[in-house]
Ligand binder design. Structure first.
Ligand code: NAD
Length: 502
């Protein structure tokens, strides 16, 4: 980092294997949310910087594509070792800029590390197929090849894990990358790029371009960028999908969520209450797989609520560098927006059981605080129910039956994650079959699939048909060639204008 425009440090781009000092004259503030103060600025790229990042990736592509699999694998293994050894440094950056508590930051890095480990097995995952003698003397085989320069655009809530969902797989498969991180917590992307360089990644294979809509639009419209992997809110995901596909790109755009947890009367209510609290308030509810609605099948609601309330009373909120359960929200604007839903709940006739405003915190008074909030009797027409709030606000909706709960979940415009809590295997089996959601937990609250499966939802939670990482990841970042070959055999020559048949 170097300081070009203000007394605060500036987070600059990482282009062609080194820091690239921005001259755009535009920056955005980066806060320490637990202190409520601006600690850095981040550069916002202009057209020349966007072009420089794409050009760097384009120049690096031919040599990287042709680098042996063994060499690529060795660099990935070294990156994995460095990341595992130095994850503590990254966790501190995450906590300082995002606000999540250190243990949660460490968990995020572990899940990202899993994808690096998965990516090291890429030679097996991009193998082609071979069929001998499909016609006499004719063989057919396939090969999967990288796309070229690929763009990755990530959200604020997982500044390390979401980039790690994509760039290790893209790079393993032979692509070169321009990563555009969230401007709210930009430093971890530079840290990861510098670490990969230390592991031996050639210059230009992974570039970090900081910016806002201008940088995103530059990637979406550049003819040199062959694909876009986006994660963020639904309106922007849809915009990214529509714009980038219009410009001829392969696109995977993961959007927002409103995840329901269905609790049946036969569930273990202590387990369900633990799960609701962990998945509702972990990372201050700023997870795309957070549980934001508990759908309680009567008569469990009262008992479940009292168990949730007693657990919430034991939670400590404060600076993530101390031993707290929950940190602040990412910005003051976001905190105020999330808190405004508590007023909306009251106006819409819901019952605010626990109000997180004005709670005691173990941190600076100016931090962007909002404590765990629990709202009962939420109407499905209220914006508390229909909007993705993305904060520590957990709604309870009471329903009379499993069928009513299922209907509610399936009527949601989102379909990212869901969970069912029950001791009835038949009900759980029905649920996994009938629910229109991409990732399902059965007595598991945050069912983020392991790295060798793929991550993604249904409906307005994803645009495009490729999920993140796992087998879909390698499929997305490669394209297949099918080769039909015949080595000279004079007996098969001759003129024949008919369509080739075997
Ligand atoms: P966001 O949509 O505001 O921003 C995501 C990215 O898009 C950022 O890099 C940002 O700079 C860029 N961006 C913002 N506005 C833009 C615009 N008008 N034009 C072009 N680019 C723009 O999302 P966020 O607030 O950073 O992240 C939270 C959201 O991400 C939530 O909705 C959450 O559910 C979602 N999310 C989804 C998943 C998933 O896997 N489905 C995972 C994590 C987060």
């Amino acid at each position: 980092m170097s300081d070009v425009t203000s007394p605060l440090p500036v987070v600059n781009h990482w282009i062609d294997g080194q820091e690239h000092v921005s001259n755009s004259g535009r920056t955005a503030p980066v806060f320490d949310p637990a202190k409520g103060v601006q600690t850095k600025s981040v550069a916002l790229a202009d057209a020349s910087e966007i072009a420089a990042a794409i050009a760097s990736a384009k120049a690096a592509f031919p040599a990287w594509r042709d680098t042996s699999m063994a060499k690529r694998q060795q660099i990935l293994f070294t990156f994995r070792e460095l990341l595992a050894a130095r994850r503590g440094e990254l966790a501190e950056i995450l906590t300082e800029e995002h606000g999540k508590v250190l243990s949660d930051a460490a968990g995020e890095i572990t899940r990202g590390l899993e994808v690096v480990e998965f990516a090291t097995g890429f030679p097996h995952l991009i193998k082609g197929e071979y069929s001998e003698n499909v016609s006499t003397g004719v063989d057919v085989y396939s090969t999967r090849q990288p796309l070229g320069v690929v763009g990755v655009i990530s959200p604020f809530n997982f500044p390390a894990m979401v980039p790690l969902w994509f760039f290790p797989i893209a790079i393993a498969a032979g692509n070169t990358v321009v990563l555009k991180p969230s401007e709210k917590d930009p430093s971890s992307a530079n840290w990861l790029a510098a670490l990969f360089a230390e592991a031996g990644l050639p210059d230009g294979v992974l570039n970090v371009l900081h910016g806002d809509k201008e940088a995103v639009d530059g990637l979406l419209t550049s003819p040199d960028v062959k694909s876009i992997s986006f994660v963020g809110s639904t309106p922007i995901a849809q915009y990214v999908y529509e714009t980038a596909t219009k410009h001829g790109k392969r696109v995977q755009a993961l959007g927002g969520a409103k995840n329901h947890m269905l609790v049946l009367p036969d569930a273990d209510l202590d387990l369900a209450a633990d799960a609701a609290v962990n998945a509702g308030f972990g990372s201050a509810g700023e997870r795309c797989m957070a549980i934001s609605v508990v759908v309680a099948v009567e008569p469990v609601a009262d008992q479940l609520i009292s168990k949730i309330v007693s657990r919430v009373a034991g939670l400590t909120v404060g600076d993530g560098r101390r031993s707290c359960d929950m940190g602040p929200l990412v910005t003051e604007v976001h905190r105020d927006k999330v808190a405004s839903y508590i007023d909306i709940a009251t106006e819409d006739g819901a019952t605010v059981v626990v109000d997180g405003r004005g709670i005691d915190v173990d941190g600076d008074a100016d931090g962007f605080w909002l404590g765990p909030t629990l709202i009962d009797n939420v109407s499905t027409s209220s914006r508390v129910y229909t909007d993705e709030i993305f904060g520590p606000v957990l709604s309870i909706v009471r329903v009379p039956s499993y069928d009513a709960g299922l209907e509610l979940i399936n009527a949601s415009r989102y379909g990212n994650g869901t969970a069912i809590f029950t001791n009835d295997g038949g009900a759980a089996r029905r649920f996994q079959n009938e629910v229109e959601v991409g990732m399902i937990g059965i007595n598991v609250p945050i069912p983020v699939p392991v790295a060798y499966y793929s991550f993604g939802g249904f409906k307005d939670s994803i645009f495009g048909d490729s999920k993140a990482y796992g087998p879909d990841g390698f499929h997305f970042f490669t394209r297949q060639k099918a080769i039909t070959s015949r080595w000279l055999d004079p007996s098969h020559g001759g003129i024949n204008l008919g369509f080739p048949q075997n």
